[in-house]
Design a protein around this ligand. Structure first.
Ligand code: NDP
Ligand code: GDR
Length: 374
């Protein structure tokens, strides 16, 4: 029997990789996409199947995590074997600007899905994965963080995700549902949203190297993160739903780097050596050597990074480092792609785009400019 999966957040980074993964496994994949005034399916367009074709295994439904009746209707239509709740207002800084919306979607949205499963009597059939996060640890109580480390969320996003974590545990305990949390540490890829720090850096530096942007403006570059690759992490999301008993797992690499180190790597991928000087908001990064032809717009002495306090957060998560031992032991999982390899892949992809845009610009054509700086 073909298994049916329903993915919320299918148009996002993880949703797109997970959809590819499940299609390869032979699943019928249903996803919820939001109505938007511009196309928002770029990350899944390559796997789109014309619904008029017989046996199409990929289908998108309009919906929103803030809309109970819509979620219940989709759940009834699809009757999924597995639900992956990846949809969220997922930007931590934005959650300080839109805390109520973030709570509605990231916290109550999860409850709406769980209730839809229960209301339709699917609690013995449908397995549920909740996209929990290392942001739950926030002000860290233990290093490294594992499944038993106490939580101390530091943003409206993390507080909303805390509700979702516990309501998932609660529905497991109260109704015997197969429901589990993946507590995932930061994971990135060339498909990462442009306003998250890694992508902001790889895209920003590639644009600067090609003369499309003057300088990268950053927030707290001392922040430490445990970065993995999204492809490695979606594999785990699926594995968590294939066990005999539902359990929660930390997914991380167990290695941590600073944002400053990530900037250094991305610059190196462009043939640039940087020197950081100054303190606090006056810190800058200057080019001290250039190798190869990847940064034709730059010369030694150019400043490519400055600090802009606008990107500081009202409460910061300074350090995160995960202990994935349980996932390794029980699920046999180990990440295959290192943070450094991932950075190289992201820069290569962003450099390709920047070169294309630089060529258009050189021929007097318009290049897309985004006002989103994250
Ligand atoms: P993205 O921001 O790339 O994707 C979020 C998805 O949620 C998009 O498809 C977005 O739609 C959708 N979405 C947003 N608001 C709503 C809404 N109101 N109703 C329905 N869908 C909505 O996130 P990631 O793929 O990086 O992350 C996936 C999940 O994992 C998220 O829940 C995130 O919080 C969590 N997480 C992510 C980590 C990471 O490092 N990436 C780590 C730990 C947890 P649209 O495309 O239209 O914007
Ligand atoms: P995070 O990711 O908040 O950890 O949440 P993000 O990449 O936004 O920030 C990581 C760290 O970098 C610092 N930082 C900056 N961040 C951004 N976005 N822009 C900047 O200019 C900048 N300068 C420094 C941040 O302060 C932070 O310390 C991500 C999201 O995917 C969540 O949904 C997910 O739950 C967690 O990862 C795990």
């Amino acid at each position: 029997m073909t298994k049916r999966a329903l993915i919320t957040g299918i148009t996002g980074q993880d949703g797109s990789y997970l959809a590819e993964f499940l299609l390869e496994k032979g699943y019928e994949v249903h996803g919820i996409k939001r109505r938007a005034s511009l196309f928002n399916t770029q990350r899944v367009d390559h796997i789109y199947e014309d619904p008029h074709v017989d046996h199409a295994r990929f289908r998108l439904h309009y919906g929103d995590l803030s809309d109970t009746s819509n979620l219940t209707r989709i759940m009834r239509e699809v009757e999924p074997d597995e639900v992956y709740n990846l949809g969220a207002q997922s930007h931590v800084a934005v959650s300080f600007e839109a805390p109520e919306y973030t709570a509605d979607v990231d916290a109550i949205g999860t409850l709406r899905l769980l209730e839809a499963i229960r209301f339709l009597g699917l609690e013995k059939k449908t397995r549920f994965y909740q996209a929990s996060t290392s942001e739950l640890y926030g002000l860290v109580q233990e290093i490294p963080q594992r499944e038993t480390t106490p939580f101390h969320p530091r943003s409206p996003y993390a507080v909303a995700k805390l509700y979702s974590y516990w309501i998932t545990v609660n529905y497991r305990e109260a109704y015997g549902m197969y429901a589990c949390n993946g507590i995932l540490f930061n994971h990135e890829s060339p498909r990462r949203g442009e306003t998250f720090v890694t992508r902001k850096i790889t895209r920003g530096l590639a644009n600067i190297a090609q003369g499309l942007e003057p300088c990268l403006y950053m927030g707290n570059i001392d922040a430490l993160r445990d970065w993995g690759h999204a492809k490695d992490y979606v594999r785990m999301q699926w594995m968590m739903l294939q066990q005999d008993v539902a359990e929660d797992f930390v997914i991380a690499t167990g290695v941590q780097y600073s944002v400053r180190e990530f900037i250094t790597w991305a610059a190196e991928e462009l043939g640039l050596t940087l020197e950081f000087s100054g303190q606090g908001v006056d810190e800058i990064a200057t080019v001290t050597a250039i190798e190869g032809d990847r940064a034709p717009a730059l010369k030694v002495g150019d400043v490519v990074m400055r600090i802009d306090p606008r990107y500081f957060r009202p409460a910061e998560v300074e350090t995160l480092l995960g202990d994935p031992s349980k996932a390794k032991q029980k699920l046999g999982w180990t990440p295959e792609i290192t943070a450094r390899q991932m950075c190289a892949e992201m820069v290569a992809e962003d450099l390709r785009t920047a070169r294309r845009h630089a060529l258009l610009k050189a021929h007097g054509m318009d290049v897309p400019v985004s006002t989103e700086k994250g």
